[in-house]
Design a protein around this ligand. Structure first.
Ligand SMILES: Cc1ncc(COP(=O)(O)O)c(C=O)c1O
Length: 410
């Protein structure tokens, strides 16, 4: 492991896609890691090797390949457990995405602990993946959803959040790191939940690859993230849940793998974690995620964090110098994500212009329409960093932004 607090200088070489030329001429500047991270060669190679040499279905066979696959699948679970410091590997459920993980919690938590008239707290800056599963409960069962306000600086208003809690509040589901502002949640929110006996789900999609995650310190009941945003493959998601809750909640989907015994008139369920993993799981994808976690650990989580903090600070300062750009949220408490607009130029035009310069940024509502409404815009452009980005790329971006403004606004 690289422990000197800086990333290996040649880290970019691990990501083959970064040598791609955009429109045959421009070096790729990939500033869209928040949507999906690029994959290091070792993840690509290991997936290939897995399918070539070890692939089979898991948990159901005694033949060599089934054992080899199962071993890797369960090893991946152990790696995720260590990565987020869960107490037990039984607390790690593999799903197909963070979205599926949140749907799982919403439905099974409701079934066990809620009824009509109970309350859920979300915030105005949640991704649609952390809104719609809860809206389903409102529409189907009549639960009440309350929204915590957002401060000017782009954080949850903790006092307002606390004021929303009543004896009917059962769960709060909040983003750990906003995919629009890049702001981290205030740790006080978890303690407030704990004090009031409210469960808390943290959506870690944007934090898992960019912060040190310790679910025990975070005092959360549930934590979700997606493999594809953590340098692993798509098609794999993680649900962390406290073991007692996962034991008490009912299963999510029914099928093979999640049963104890089935007769014609009844079924008993498997122990954790199999209870929540009905059907053939994302086997190679879980293995790929495990390899991605090894890769991040070898690069050094603290090194990644330091590097991205430096990039974010530099980019924020440089963009702030451009008087034609509006940045959403403050510079402090911001990690790896900056959303902005250029006055009178639609974000899609900005991102198309930047694409011609070889720069990939995302434009749109970022699956946060309530937040866009709150900000009074339809969309923003967003740059987001991964461990492979550089200060030089930020400079290229700044020059391209100036060029973009000059092109559209004479
Ligand atoms: C904050 C946040 N939550 C949830 C999601 C959904 O992740 P996935 O599409 O991988 O399920 C995303 C993806 O962009 C996200 O940024």
């Amino acid at each position: 492991m690289n422990k000197d607090k800086t990333l290996r200088k040649d880290i970019r070489k691990d990501f083959p896609i970064l040598s791609k030329k955009i429109l045959k001429t421009k070096d790729l500047v990939y500033f869209d890691t928040a949507a999906s991270a690029q994959k290091p060669q070792v993840v690509i190679d290991e997936l290939n090797q897995f399918y070539k040499s070890h692939y089979s279905n898991v948990s159901r066979g005694v033949h060599t390949l089934s054992v080899e696959s199962t071993l890797r699948y369960e090893e991946a679970r152990k790696k995720v457990q260590n990565f987020i410091n869960a107490k037990s590997e039984n607390e790690i459920i593999f799903t197909k995405s963070a979205t599926e993980s949140i749907n799982l919690v919403a439905q099974t938590f409701y079934d066990k602990y809620m009824s009509a008239g109970d309350e859920i707290i979300l915030s105005l800056m949640e991704h649609h993946s952390n809104l719609i599963p809860w809206y389903f409960l409102r529409d189907k069962y009549g639960v009440i959803i309350k929204f915590a306000n957002i401060t000017e600086s782009g954080e949850i208003d903790v006092n307002h959040f606390e004021s929303l809690i009543t004896p009917k509040t059962k769960i709060a589901a909040l983003t750990h790191l906003s995919n629009v502002y890049g702001s981290k949640i205030d740790e006080k929110v978890s303690s407030i939940c704990k004090k009031n006996n409210v469960a808390i789900l943290l959506d870690g999609c944007q934090s898992a690859a960019h912060l040190r995650i310790d679910v025990q310190k975070l005092e959360c009941d549930f934590f979700v993230f997606s493999g594809h945003k953590t340098y692993g493959p798509s098609g794999i998601g993680v649900l962390y849940g406290k073991e007692d809750l996962l034991n008490e909640m009912p299963p999510y989907q029914g099928g093979g793998g999640m049963i104890g015994e089935v007769t014609t008139d009844k079924v008993s369920y498997a122990e954790l974690p199999a209870k929540y993993e009905a059907g053939t799981p994302p086997i190679a994808e879980a293995h790929g995620l495990g390899i991605a976690i090894d890769y991040m650990n070898n690069a050094g989580i603290e090194n990644i964090i330091n590097h991205e903090e430096e990039l974010t600070k530099y980019a924020y300062e440089k963009i702030s110098e451009l008087d034609f750009v509006k940045i959403y949220g403050d510079g402090d408490n911001r990690n790896s994500i900056i959303s902005f607009n250029i006055e009178n130029i639609h974000s899609h035009e900005v991102s198309s212009f930047l694409d011609v310069e070889g720069i990939a940024v995302r434009a749109g509502h970022h699956c946060c329409q309530p937040l866009m409404k709150h900000l009074g815009v339809n969309s923003t452009s967003r740059l987001s960093f991964g461990m492979y980005n550089t200060i030089e790329e930020v400079d290229i971006f700044i020059n391209a932004l100036i060029k973009c403004k000059d092109f559209f606004i004479k």
